[in-house]
Each structure stands twice: as C-alpha cells, then as structure tokens.
Design a protein around this ligand. Structure first.
Ligand SMILES: [Zn+2]
Length: 269
C-alpha cells in the first residue's frame, strides 16, 4: 500500500515535473520570439529611417527640395513619392533601396553613377512620363483626341529635357556614418536648444553650457565646428550677434519632433 502510494506519488511528481518543464520551455520560447520580434522591428525601423534620410540627403544634394523635372513635389512632404530613375531601366543591376541598406551616401552615389546610362531622382509622375516610351506607339489607340496625344508627347519632351542624372562628387558627405560620432551629442544639443528656446531665452554658448552642465563654453563651439556639415542643416548659427545665437532650422524642429515620436513609440512597447 505504502509502496503503491509512493509509486503513485512519484508518478504524479514526474508528471508535474514534465508539465513544469513544458510550460517553462513554452515561456522561454515565447520570450525568445518576443525578443526576436522586437529586435527585428527595431532593426526594420532603423533601416527604414536610414533609407529615408539617405534618400532625402542625396536628392537635396543634387536637386534641392523639389522634383527637378516638374517642380511640383517636395522632398519634405512627398519623399516616398521619389524614385531613382535608371536611364536604361532594362539594364539596371542594382536598386537604390537595396544599396541604402548597407552603404553610405557617397558609396551609393558611386555605384548608381556607374549604372549603364546613369540615372537620377524624380517624382513618381515624372518617372512614369520618362518611361512612357513603351506606350508611345499605342497613343493613337489610347486617346481619340489628337490634341491630347500632342500634349502627352510635349509633356514627355519637357520632362526629358529637364532631367539631369546624378554625378560623382567629392562634396557628398556621409551624415549617417558612425565615425561622425555625433549621434548622442546630436540629440543632446538639439534638445537643449529646443528647451532653452521654449523657455523664451536666447540660446547662447553660456545658456547651452548651463543646460548641458558643461563648465567650459569652448566645447560647444568646437562641437558645432567639428560637425558643421550635419549641424548646419538643423541649427542656424548667427555669429553676427554678440554673443553667438543658435536657433533650430525647420529641419531641426522636425528632427526634435521625430526624436520625441520614436522615444514615445519605444517606451510604449
Ligand atoms: Zn516630378
């Protein structure tokens, strides 16, 4: 009796142990999946942001902030509508999207320039107009109105005449390169400027030093000098005034709101 009950107890104990092991394994597995999923999401978000920043930098470097062939769409509002237009679409061996995942802006441009015929960025409308050549022989069947055919052809010629391929340039910088070592400081300085401005005070070296708890003012001007290529897009430095005054550019204000957005996003998951 005692033996049987001991055996039963032992069996029950084994079952509980197996069930426990099972639940522990499930929990471990789920925690791996959740960790992997979040890590994957973060990587995708990071790659997505890097893709858009590189795209915007290269477009604005060559053409300014509007589609250079129609002048209608801005990079600020319609960045996703911009495409790299390969002159010989059927001979392309790379795409901007793939290159942007692993390469810096200067490396991307170097490779795109070497594509047969080269290419350049336009909005999706102009991209479609440029590659309308496949349909030109069908225009008579698409449009009954002869004037419409004439307008379509004129529009295509206008876009082709204005189209300028990108070219090699030593002026292209790599704002996202880690060697620029500004990622943390970038956020710190922009946030400090934003906070001081919102308090209604002038953003001077002294005010920044107080905000950033720095004992020496010189660190601030040296930081802006060392990172001038990137920082001048986000901060306007007025040296005509005494003392020097810093203000956020529109891009700087936009960057601050994006930083806040992503901070809130990651804090909520
Ligand atoms: Zn356009």
């Amino acid at each position: 009796m005692f033996r049987n009950s001991s055996c039963k107890y032992s069996l029950t104990f084994k079952r509980i142990k197996i069930i426990n092991h099972f639940f522990v394994s499930i929990i471990l597995f789920l925690s791996y999946v959740v960790t992997w999923a979040f890590a994957g999401t973060r990587t995708l978000v990071r790659l997505g942001i890097a893709y858009l920043l590189k795209k915007r930098y290269i477009i604005e470097f060559f053409y300014g902030d509007y589609c250079h062939t129609c002048g209608e769409f801005s990079t600020r509002k319609y960045l996703n509508a911009f495409h790299f237009n390969h002159v010989y679409e059927d001979k392309k061996t790379v795409t901007f999207t793939k290159l942007s995942k692993y390469l810096t802006c200067s490396e991307i441009v170097q490779i795109l320039v070497e594509q047969e015929g080269g290419g350049g960025f336009t909005c999706a409308n102009c991209n479609g107009v440029i590659h309308y050549d496949k349909h030109i022989h069908l225009l008579d069947q698409i449009y009954e109105d002869k004037n419409m055919i004439k307008r379509v052809l004129e529009d295509r010629n206008r876009v082709l005449q204005k189209f300028i391929p990108i070219y090699k340039s030593s002026e292209i910088k790599d704002p996202l390169r880690q060697s620029m070592r500004i990622s943390d400081s970038f956020e710190k300085y922009l946030t400090a400027i934003n906070r001081i401005s919102k308090s209604g005070c002038l953003v001077t070296n002294k005010a920044l030093a107080n905000e950033l708890l720095l004992s020496v003012y010189g660190v601030i001007s040296r930081f802006f000098k060392r990172n001038s290529v990137v920082m001048k897009q986000y901060v306007e430095i007025d040296k005509t005034k005494r003392p020097t005054v810093y203000t956020l550019t529109n891009k700087g204000v936009e960057a601050i709101s994006l930083i806040q957005y992503f901070k809130d996003y990651f804090n909520s998951i």
